[in-house]
Design a protein around this ligand. Structure first.
Ligand code: BV8
Length: 250
């Protein structure tokens, strides 16, 4: 771990990145106690994705799907942003002050980046505390615990979580804005993602002139695309990388 972290710090000191993008996945929230999808004991381990995170599953059994989401909302409500989230939020502030740029692209629906203070966040897969009327398409923040499941809209139709399920399109412009941020970046930090879900995982190949540094205790399909892989937890590595970026800006 230490060796891979030192290599990444050396790369930063030699390359002085100032236009930076970050692509995060469930792993950045693991140290906040939010289960990942595909790690041992992850969310999907007890369920198959097809059973729960698809429009067909919701049409078939909205109550089951909502029980899974309300269980996750409960865990996330009690979670607090960890040092990995906080490091990315402070990096955004630092780069804004120093004339750089920072774009945070997340696959996560837990909202922890915004709670950590990040502002320029692209939520590729929506947000678990927003709901959408299945009839009118209207969206609203509803972070409370829903007692009766599935919850209904005031119009009487079912409410659904305002997240992107498998087989559904991402929010308009989300992947285009993300691809533009990656194409223009000197550095893409790829943090806590297994790199199996598309189109998010495809963003890494959108780099034009910059390098990708992966932060993940495990090897992933991203590893062979990245310039460097830091085999460490995000809450350990990101504060160290953010400090190196700050030093390298002079
Ligand atoms: C689309 C929101 C097109 C909901 C999610 C074959 C059949 C069917 C579909 C497809 C197919 N092939 C490709 C597809 C497309 C499909 C897809 O990619 N499927 C995969 C599974 C093969 N994609 C889609 O359907 C997308 N839409 O393509 O639409 C289209 C075209 C025309 C018309 C209509 C549609 C939509 C994808 C979005 C799905 N929604 N979530 C919810 O959250 O409930 S995906 C879900 O997976 C989450 O968003 C999650 O973020 C995402 C990715 O998972 P990861 O974040 O990477 O998490 P994971 O657990 O996998 O990995 C965690 C990593 O962290 C691990 O590597 C671990 O080592 C590491 N880690 C652990 N601890 C730490 C750590 N790292 C750092 N620090 C630590 N401490």
């Amino acid at each position: 771990m230490q060796e891979s972290l030192e290599r990444a710090i050396r790369w930063i000191e030699q390359n002085h990145p100032r236009t930076i993008a970050a692509l995060t996945g469930a792993g950045i929230s693991a140290e906040s106690g939010v289960p990942t999808f595909r790690d041992a004991g992850g969310l999907w381990e007890n369920y198959r994705a097809e059973e729960l995170a698809t429009p067909e599953a919701f049409a078939r059994d909205p109550k089951l799907v909502w029980r899974w989401y309300e269980w996750r909302r409960g865990i996330i409500r009690d979670a607090i942003p960890n040092d990995g989230h906080l490091a990315l939020a402070s990096l955004e502030e630092l780069l804004a002050e120093r004339g750089g740029a920072f774009t945070l692209i997340t696959q996560n629906v837990d909202g922890l980046h915004r709670r950590a203070g990040s502002r320029n966040v692209i939520e590729l897969h929506g947000n678990i505390f927003r709901v959408r009327c299945t009839r009118e398409g209207t969206r609203e923040e509803r972070a409370e615990t829903f007692e009766a499941l599935p919850p209904a809209c005031s119009c009487g139709a079912l409410l659904r979580p305002d997240v992107v399920w498998f087989g559904e399109m991402l929010p308009p412009g989300a992947i285009e804005d993300s691809a533009a941020a990656v194409a223009g970046a000197d550095l893409l930090l790829v943090v806590g993602t297994s790199g199996v879900v598309h189109p998010a995982a495809g963003l890494v190949s959108m780099l034009r002139r910059g390098a990708a540094i992966e932060v993940n205790p495990q090897e992933t399909p991203i590893t062979r695309l990245a310039q460097l892989s830091v085999h460490a937890p995000a809450a350990v590595a990101l504060p160290r990388l953010a400090a190196a970026i700050e030093r390298s800006l002079g």
